[in-house]
Design a binder for this molecule. Sequence first.
Ligand SMILES: [Cu+2]
Length: 146
Amino acid sequence: MPRLRPILAALTTGVLLLAACAGDDAPDATTDLEVTGTDALEFEPDSFAVPAGQEVTVRFTAEEAVEHDLVIEGAAMHGMVGEEGHGDHDDHAMEGDDLHVAHADAGQTVTATFMIDEPGSYEVYCSVPGHREAGMVATLTVVAEG
Ligand SMILES: [Cu+2]
């Protein structure tokens, strides 16, 4: 099989190129986020970035059929959340070490603010029962200001 080797080399190159492109996908840090919780129990987008130590505004929308919320795991001790965004769920503003940023009823858009001081990668999840288990997670990168 003398012709097999070049084909394998080409395949390998293609995989490496794909990996490189995926690495370039990292979102730019912004203080103005727009996130949707879909009826398919996903965050859209599922990766976003904010600057450390700055107030971030997030408009969080739940699609028409299912309520969602947006919780940042392990961020409570590194950050704070504004007063809006919880609807009638103020009592859930903190869930242990996690920062509860927003809750949207089905078909609703809420605006919330939050700030995280500690740069790093945080897991975002929806704490509506069953949603996180169904894969409703996203990645938040908090970027140190240069
Ligand atoms: Cu959800």
